[in-house]
Design a protein around this ligand. Sequence first.
Ligand code: 5GP
Ligand code: MN
Length: 338
Amino acid sequence: MNNISQIRPLLEATVKPKVVITTHHKPDADALGSSLGLFLFLQKLGLDPNIISPTDYGDFLKWMPGESAVINFEEFEERSAGLVQEADIIFCLDFNSLKRINKLGYQVQNAKAKKVMIDHHLEPEYFADYFLWTSQASSTCELIFWLIELLGQTNLIDEDIASCLYAGILTDTASFKHGSTTATTHRVAGFLLEKGAKSNRIYEAIYDNYSVDRTRFIGFCLSQKLEILKEYKTALIVVTADELKKFKIVTGDSEGLVNYGLSITDIEFSVLIIDRTVARKMSFRSKDKFPANEFARKYFDGGGHYNAAGGESKEPLEIVEAKFKEALKEFTQILTTK
Ligand code: 5GP
Ligand code: MN
């Protein structure tokens, strides 16, 4: 892998390179914000990039400038495959394992394009030719700012680019709360505000924009479904497919639900298991001492950050729940020692 500073000649080639930007499935604000921030920036450089998302995403992200250009792979598989095959450069944003982009992963792997990974998750796979990677960055949006700065082009950041990048920094730091929020993060966010990003509007668009069903679903999960496994200092919510249907839950609606468990005194580990049709999807959040990513990797084919990780299983919901409770036993000591 080469350092990302070496991509400049690729971007500045006389024959304009064909660029594809992609990000992880069910993109969140950091994934989509970094993709759109880069997309708008490359347009300003005179390129004509395409963004392919492996799946759809929540409506609360649809305010983002440039969003209408995003191609959903599941809807336009043939067109997406063509773009990937023809691309000269493929940017892979906010993920570091090709598994995270589903079927699109094989196509990216086999594409002739130079691949550029920009990411902040632990344990990257080495599939890219160029990389900008550090687990120290708050978000991929912050890394896109670093890239633009490295290229000496921060003067090209306008309100639209700034808004996309600010959104990802805001959400991946949980509103500047996580330990990954550094002085640099604040400086970058400050710069983006100076360029026109509106902090209150972006916050509202993402967080004060729930449907009534989603709000009632949160209430239902907290009052009816939250299980406290006191001996493991663990909070668990298990949601069935029927419950998702009853509350008309759509993509993005369950985001943030897992955090409630962690806000309880003495809870060290919070877990959400959702019965999605294709698989049982798990979200893990932990306080300081518990390695959520290690747990996810060991038992549920997952991974992520130390305190925020995920995984999935093809087994039925009841089996997954039982397996989870069994796995907890191995971690009793870390969870319960002060
Ligand atoms: P969430 O719980 O919000 O879906 O995911 C939290 C974090 O866990 C994500 O930022 C991502 O790093 C990681 N993650 C979620 N699901 C998976 C998965 O299935 N595999 C891996 N390797 N990481 C995941
Ligand atoms: Mn991210």
